[in-house]
Design a protein around this ligand. Structure first.
Ligand SMILES: *Cc1c(COP(=O)(O)O)cnc(C)c1O
Length: 391
C-alpha cells in the first residue's frame, strides 16, 4: 500500500521511538508548567537563563514598537533592517572576525555555509556525531561526503588523503548530544596540512565556553586561519533565536551572493534582533552566569559520580547519562517526571543505536539546591531501574 502512514507510526511506537511534544505552558526557566504539571526542568538549552530575562524582553518590546514585527522580505530585497545590521556588526566584533551574517535559524545557517562552499567535484568531511543539520547540508551540497570517527584527527587525516577539490572539514564545537568538545587544535592542524578549510558549528559553545563567552575558538585560542567558517546559534545561550556565520569579508560576501538558504527566505523579525543585541550585552558583561554554571556542572558531576551514574566525558552544561536502550531511557525519564523533574530521553536516530540517554542540561538560572534535588531523584530512579535487561 502506498503512503501507509499508520504502519510507519505504529512501528515507531512499538520500538519505543515515538516522539511526543511536551506542551510548555510557561516561559523558559528552571520551574515550568508542562501539560498542566509544575515541574523542575533540566532540558532547555537556555544555558545562561536569558530567554526570559526582563532586559531582553524589554528590548524586544521596544524593538517591535520602533521597527515593527515582521521582517517583510528577504535581506536582498527590503528585509535587511537597521537592527539586523547592528547585530551583525556586534557579532563580528564579539567573534573578533571581519564580518558576520545573520540567519533565521542555525539549521539554515549550516545549509547555507556548506552548500555555498562545496559542490560537485569537492569534498566534505564530517564528524560522525555532527548535528543533523550539518549532515543534511553535506548531502544537499552534492560534494563527495565522508564521515570520520568521532573527534579522531587520524581518521580525519586518512580521509583528507583521499579528498579532491575544495575540501571542507565540518564539526560541532560542543557535540550537542554528548557535551564533549571537538579536539579543534588537532583537527585544524590536520586540515591545514591538507589545505582544507574547517567549519565549526559552535551552537552550544557560544556563551558557555571561553573567558568572555566567545565559545570554543576562544577557549582554544584559535585564529581565523584555523577556523575560517564559524557558526553560532542564538536560540541557546543567547536566549533569543536565529544564528550567524562569522568569517572573512570574502566568505560573507560569498554567502550573500550564492547561499540559497540565505537568499530565498524572509529575514527574521527586527524586534528579535533588538532582543539579541540586549542578550549579547548581558552574555558579555555578566561573567557570573558562566561562573555559576561552572559550579553547577561540577556539583552535578561530583554527585552523579558518587551515585555511580553513567556520566559522559563532558565539561559543558550538556551532561548526558548513557542509559543504553530506548525503553530504559524512557522509564528513567518517566520516573523523574513522577518526582516532578523533567529531563529529555534522547533516542535513535538522534543518537546511535544502543546509546539512548537522558540529556540533562544545566542553566545559570538553576540553583544548587535544585541540582541536589535532581540528583536525589536520579539516585532513586537509577536504583529502581536496576539491571532490568536490555529491551
Ligand atoms: C541546535 C543546533 C543547531 C540548529 O540551530 P537552530 O537555530 O535551532 O536551528 C545547529 N547545530 C547544532 C550543533 C545545534 O545544537
Amino acid at each position: 500500500m502506498l503512503f501507509d502512514l499508520s504502519s510507519r507510526l505504529a512501528e515507531r511506537r512499538a520500538a519505543d521511538l515515538h516522539r511526543q511534544r511536551p506542551l510548555l505552558e510557561s516561559p523558559q526557566g528552571p520551574l515550568v508548567r508542562v501539560d498542566g504539571e509544575a515541574l523542575l526542568a533540566f532540558c532547555s538549552n537556555d544555558y545562561l537563563g536569558l530567554a526570559n530575562h526582563p532586559q531582553v524582553i524589554q528590548a524586544m518590546a521596544d524593538g517591535a514598537r520602533r521597527w515593527g514585527v515582521g521582517g517583510g522580505a528577504s535581506h536582498l530585497v527590503i528585509g535587511h533592517s537597521t537592527p539586523h545590521h547592528e547585530l551583525e556588526l556586534a557579532l563580528a566584533e564579539f567573534c573578533g572576525r571581519p564580518r558576520a551574517l545573520l540567519f533565521s535559524t542555525g539549521y539554515m545557517a549550516n545549509l547555507a555555509a556548506v552548500t555555498a562552499l562545496v559542490g560537485q567535484g569537492d569534498t566534505v568531511l564530517q564528524d560522525r556525531l555532527n548535528h543533523a543539520s550539518l549532515l543534511d547540508a553535506g548531502l544537499l551540497s552534492g560534494a563527495r561526503f565522508a564521515r570520520y570517527l568521532h573527534n579522531d584527527a587520524d581518521s580525519l587525516a586518512a580521509r583528507l588523503g583521499k579528498a579532491s577539490g575544495n575540501t571542507l572539514v565540518v564539526t560541532d564545537g560542543v557535540f550537542s548530544m554528548d557535551g564533549d568538545l571537538a579536539d579543534l587544535p588537532a583537527l585544524c592542524a590536520a586540515a591545514r596540512a591538507h589545505g582544507a578549510w574547517v567549519m565549526v558549528d559552535d551552537a552550544h559553545g557560544f556563551g558557555t565556553l571561553g573567558a568572555t563567552g566567545g565559545g570554543i575558538v576562544e577557549q582554544f585560542g584559535l585564529s581565523l586561519e584555523d577556523v575560517p567558517v564559524l557558526v553560532g546559534t542564538l536560540g541557546k545561550a543567547f536566549g533569543t533565536g536565529g544564528a550567524f556565520v562569522a568569517g572573512s569579508e570574502e566568505l560573507i560576501e560569498t554567502l550573500i551572493q550564492f547561499a540559497r538558504p540565505y537568499i530565498y527566505t524572509t529575514s527574521q523579525s527586527p524586534a528579535l534582533a533588538c532582543a539579541t543585541l540586549a542578550s549579547l550585552r548581558l552574555l558579555r558583561e555578566e561573567g557570573w552566569r558562566r561562573e555559576h554554571l561552572r559550579v553547577l556542572i561540577e556539583r552535578f558531576r561530583e554527585g552523579a559520580q558518587r551515585i555511580g551514574l553513567p556520566l559522559m566525558d563532558s565539561p559543558t552544561p550538556i551532561q548526558p547519562l548513557l542509559v543504553g536502550s530506548s525503553g530504559r531511557a524512557l522509564r528513567l525519564a518517566q520516573y523523574l517526571r513522577q518526582r516532578g523533574i523533567l529531563v529529555g530521553a534522547i533516542r535513535p536516530p538522534t543518537v546511535p543505536q544502543g546509546t539512548a540517554r537522558l540529556r540533562v542540561t544545566l542553566s545559570a538560572a538553576h540553583e544548587e539546591a535544585q541540582v541536589e534535588r535532581m540528583l536525589e531523584a536520579l539516585a532513586d530512579g537509577w536504583a529502581a531501574l536496576g539491571d532490568d535487561g536490555d529491551d
